[in-house]
Write a protein that binds this ligand. Structure first.
Ligand code: FES
Length: 136
């Protein structure tokens, strides 16, 4: 699996998201109170961009009239028709067993370790009679 650096943690504050293009896919990475989650950006309904959606939460009721706001910032609402998905699992709120958005692995790595792995590919270059030649 190829690694793609999204951002420095310091530049990616809680409550924000980033749209990343990697391996010809659009993926939205969310920072939910310091935890990172990555979802396919394409809504499974008709392809809306989840990155453009509103982050919201859930209202639960343990008994009639006793409402509680919970999971603030963990539910993404598609901007097209309002389908909602759990950012932690990718599952739809209306049909969690059948409908979901693909999740991708995302984690934090220390810069020093990352620098050892992410080395640019190099190619030999020579100069022959005033021509610069790139060998691939
Ligand atoms: S495209 Fe997302 S809800 Fe319709």
């Amino acid at each position: 699996m190829a690694k793609h650096v999204v951002a420095a943690v310091a530049d990616f504050p809680p409550g924000t998201r980033r749209l990343v293009e990697a391996e010809e896919r659009k993926i939205t990475v969310f920072n939910v109170r310091g935890e990172f989650f990555a979802l396919n950006d394409r809504c499974p309904h008709e392809g809306g961009s989840l990155c453009a959606g509103k982050l919201t939460g859930l209202v639960i009721a343990k008994e009639p009239g006793a409402y509680e706001w919970t999971r603030d910032g963990e539910i993404i609402r598609c901007p097209w028709h309002g389908w909602e998905f759990d950012v932690r699992t990718g599952r739809s709120q209306c049909d969690p067993q059948k409908m979901r958005v693909r999740l991708y692995d995302v984690h934090v790595e220390h810069g020093g370790e990352l620098a050892e792995e992410l080395v640019a590919e190099t190619f030999p270059v020579t100069v022959e009679n005033d021509y610069v030649v790139l060998e691939i």
